[in-house]
Design a protein around this ligand. Structure first.
Ligand code: ZN
Length: 119
């Protein structure tokens, strides 16, 4: 199946909704964790672990949401599907796999390489 830009936009809007719901869910969980106090050492450790996992999940979800919103903003600006790195058109099959991507495969590989190297 080859997607159209319109379908990709719809997929991004759906994805955005899902991510917003996930963030709300994580935040409501955080609220619950604040209530009450520790009665057991193991509970405290488990809770600390859960909070760290939630924080990591929240960061990842927020980061993904930013990328999805950036992609939707590019639709508004009329340059969706154009590589932010080199200005070439991004392959439609790549957009279908990763609708929020702003980079062509070549630029993404370069960027991933840098990210791995400096992280
Ligand atoms: Zn590129």
């Amino acid at each position: 199946m080859v997607a159209t830009y319109e379908q990709l936009k719809e997929a991004l809007q759906d994805h955005r909704k899902t991510l917003l719901a996930e963030l709300a869910d994580i935040d409501s969980r955080k609220g619950e964790q604040m209530i009450g106090y520790e009665t057991h050492q193991a509970d405290a450790a488990t809770r600390a672990f859960d909070q760290a996992a939630d924080l990591a999940l929240r960061n990842n979800t927020a980061k993904m949401l930013r990328e999805v919103e950036d992609a939707l903003a590019r639709f508004d600006k009329g340059n969706y599907g154009v590589c932010q790195g080199c200005g070439d058109k991004i392959d439609i099959a790549r957009l279908e796999a990763i609708p929020h991507t702003g980079l062509c495969l070549r630029c993404a590989e370069t960027r991933d390489f840098r990210a791995n190297r400096y992280s």
